[in-house]
Design a protein around this ligand. Structure first.
Ligand code: PGA
Length: 249
């Protein structure tokens, strides 16, 4: 049985004071017998703060991106080893905002995932189609290409060490959510793609849904058989909303 993972992607939001409030509200509001895994991904400058505030709790923290390089003269980059040093358990790679605004290719995303795995972190590999791609019937082809770029670089035994996040680009930050069945169909397809590599691993990999997940729609989405959690943007910045999604899992 796969555990549910509820992950907050804070994007470029927050500050020391706001983060302290948000994290203390989340800590205080989590049920004593938590049934799912919880992750927050603050901007890189605040990972050490997250480590300080969350170190003794069940809440994990992670990065939003990582360099394809291991170390050296790469100004502005953050390595997987640095994320590990900050106590991160996970890092997001291939978010559509990085693909769109920073021209990240699926090959680079795959290299980033490999860097994370080498450093002992769990990559949260984001895949998803644009509205145009969906409307022209390319959804499966697009997400398969994005996922397979990563799977191609992994040993079979490493496959269960990644998390996949299906985030239709047209649903991110727009208030438009994929219907539970639309999301389930793509999640099922992604799991089939993984099973081509290993049926056993495919059963183990957590596949999260992201794109305007909120308290009002979380329960229905999370009830689908192949949806194993959520990657939450806007609603992860409000403790009540984030906690309500945790409670819906
Ligand atoms: P959203 O963002 O929940 O604000 O749509 C999700 C994401 O981009 O990870």
């Amino acid at each position: 049985m796969r555990r549910t993972l509820i992950a907050g992607n804070w994007k470029m939001n927050g500050g020391f004071s706001a983060n302290r409030s948000l994290l203390s509200e989340i800590k205080a509001g989590l049920p004593a017998s938590l049934q799912c895994d919880v992750l927050v991904c603050p901007p890189a400058p605040y990972l050490a703060q997250a480590a300080d505030l969350l170190g003794t709790t069940v809440v994990a923290w992670g990065g939003q991106d990582v360099s394809v390089h291991a170390q050296g003269a790469f100004t502005g980059e953050v390595s997987a080893a640095m994320l590990a040093d900050c106590g991160c358990k996970y890092a997001i790679v291939g978010h559509s905002e990085r693909r769109a605004y920073h021209g990240e290719s699926s090959e680079q995303v795959a290299q980033k995932a490999v860097q994370l795995l080498k450093a002992g972190l769990i990559p949260v590999v984001c895949v998803g189609e644009t509205l145009e791609q969906r409307e022209s019937g390319q959804t499966n082809e697009v997400v398969a290409g994005q996922l397979n770029a990563v799977l191609d670089l992994l040993e079979v035994s490493a496959v269960a060490g990644i998390v996949v996040a299906y985030e239709p680009v047209w649903a991110i930050g727009t208030g438009k959510t994929a219907t539970p069945q639309m999301a389930q169909d793509v999640h099922h397809f992604l799991r089939q793609q993984i099973s081509l590599k290993s049926a056993d691993m495919a059963e183990k990999v957590q596949i999260l849904y992201g794109g305007s997940m909120k308290p009002e729609n979380a329960r229905e989405l999370l009830a689908m058989p192949d949806i194993d959690g959520g990657l939450i943007g806007g609603a992860a910045l409000k403790s009540q909303d984030f906690l309500a999604i945790v409670a819906a899992s």
